[in-house]
Design a protein around this ligand. Structure first.
Ligand code: GTP
Ligand code: MG
Length: 194
């Protein structure tokens, strides 16, 4: 997976600003701080291309990243960030919901959860939402470097049970720190964009 050129096409605040390209799009979803931007950086082998930060709520717009003029990764604002107003949260929700339910370019959503923890109510809601709208899901359980390898299976089971995970969906154990799951993530994404 040799990526040559990556660039930001646009940070969209509304559907009017979506790119006019017909390239496939892979969107990222997950709670604030789960590691969405880090996932993109890891896949692109870039240090800080999609901006990451210890400060949750950093990504506030739909960021369309151009991957070699063939594909867009769409970095989405994280949900579940408590320190924003209810009104602001509703605005984010509407932006994301509109994108996910109306965008023809969308091929799959990489839904990120933290391998360490039971999925939150919002993680479950997101998964149910994607299943309801029949949007292909790639479940990525990240921050695997924070858990001993021998415990991965146990954590995977807990997550799958809480989500009522569909065994037809892909489940990838991932780490942006040590690149666990990197090849698998690309293989799965390629299947959706071909
Ligand atoms: P928002 O843009 O706020 O929604 O957050 P995000 O989901 O894009 O998270 P981001 O990639 O900015 O990462 C949040 C924090 O988690 C940063 O401090 C990252 O360094 C850390 N982080 C991300 N991925 C991993 C991982 O695989 N392992 C570990 N240990 N830390 C990670
Ligand atoms: Mg981010």
């Amino acid at each position: 997976f040799n990526i040559h050129n990556v660039s930001l096409t646009i940070s969209a605040a509304s559907s009017k600003q979506y790119p006019e390209t017909d390239w496939p799009e892979i969107a990222l979803a997950g709670r604030s701080n789960v590691g969405k931007s880090s996932f993109i950086n890891t896949l692109l082998n870039r240090k800080n291309f999609a901006r990451t930060s210890g400060r949750p709520g950093k990504t506030q717009l739909l960021n369309f990243f151009n991957i070699d003029d063939t594909l867009h990764f769409v970095d989405v604002p994280g949900y579940g960030y408590a320190r924003v107003s209810k009104k602001e949260r509703e605005k984010w929700g509407a932006l994301i919901e509109e994108y996910l339910t109306t965008r023809p370019n969308l091929r799959a959503v990489v839904s990120l959860v933290d391998l360490r923890h039971e999925p939150s109510a919002e993680d479950i809601q997101m998964y149910e939402f994607l299943k309801y709208y029949d949007i292909p899901v790639i479940l990525v359980a990240t921050k695997a470097d924070k858990i001993k390898r021998g415990r991965w299976n146990k954590h995977e089971s807990v997550i799958k049970k809480a989500l009522q995970f569909d065994s037809n969906d892909d489940f990838i154990i991932f780490s942006s720190f040590d690149k666990t799951g990197l090849d698998e993530a690309w293989q799965v994404i390629e299947q959706f964009v071909d």
